[in-house]
Ligand binder design. Sequence first.
Ligand code: HEC
Ligand code: HEC
Length: 307
Amino acid sequence: MSDFFSSGWGVYIALVTGVGIVWCLYLLFSQRKTNVTYKPDGSVADTGHVWDDDLRELNNPLPRWWMWMFLLSCIFGIVYLTLYPGMGEYKGTLGYSTTGAHDASVAQANDQLKPVYAKYMGLDVKQVAADPAAREMGQRLFLNHCAQCHGSDAGGSKGFPNLSDSDWLYGGEPQDIKTTILGGRAGVMPPFAHLESGQVSDVANYVRNLSGLAADQIKVGRGAEVFKANCAACHGGDGKGNTAMGAPNLTDKVWLYGSSEATIVETVTKGRNGMMPAHEAILTPEKVHLLAAYVWGLSNVKDKTAK
Ligand code: HEC
Ligand code: HEC
């Protein structure tokens, strides 16, 4: 009842429930004997109600079994409402509550997991990643908390990085992965609205050329200047990126948003803002530890069946 500000609702509910039961009992007792009238030939007289020409309502008493069922359900209701909460704010003699039951089963599960977690917390992430049982726990956590964005195989999709390769926006050491999970990440690629479309096309060709994709070499030559002036600060003079701000390496074959000239032009003119949400408030340190081990293991544990 804690959702209501006023205790009036509790009284109202208790009243409706109580009066309902008393009314049922009254009805039952008032109807337990009917004045059954018999015709001279010994058959039960009807009430005078006739439908469809010959469908007559007889004046039989209510069946005994039905009366007992009704009475038993009233008694069950009264016993239940004495033991369990139901009558407004009355808590019931057993002191049961659904939130209490939920808290108790969460506490029980935590108690069971404590020794398991303690074992893994004593090991570093790389050691945990070597344990198949730990990776399995990590995978289940991943499916619950991360798969909706990164995919159930951690393979990612457009704008959501692949976590199973060895290319990292923010670094792939266990500590980098933990920092990412706990604090989240915000990738900020600013829009370059001030560049002319020719310059954007030039720099897009320059970027494609960096990873050996087909490009117009005249534009590549011009694009080098645009890149040095506008992009090198974040992506590095060599285009290899910067993990401190999550600026992707533009010289490899891994693309977060896409490698076509049109997509790169879109990236440059509109900017990109990939958001990895912080999980510090949602996950316990033990879960983050297992998740980091699972994610690190995806690209570093070669033989997934070995112990
Ligand atoms: C709401 C979507 C979303 C969820 C949920 C999410 N992520 Fe992410 N994650 C992202 C995005 C988007 C990025 C890339 C951020 C960027 O572009 O800068 C990212 C980046 C990362 C990175 C950095 C990758 C790199 O290359 O450096 C790691 C590691 C990661 N996520 C792990 C996780 C784990 C583990 C979970 C589950 C606890 C998780 N993510 C849940 C969207 C999500
Ligand atoms: C302020 C730093 C910054 C500057 C300046 C910058 N970028 Fe970026 N760039 C980023 C970040 C961060 C990302 C990743 C965005 C994300 O995670 O959503 C990115 C993403 C990209 C991507 C997408 C890569 C992929 O894998 O899909 C391309 C292409 C790109 N930048 C090209 C450029 C070009 C060309 C310039 C210059 C015109 C430039 N950037 C200037 C920070 C920068």
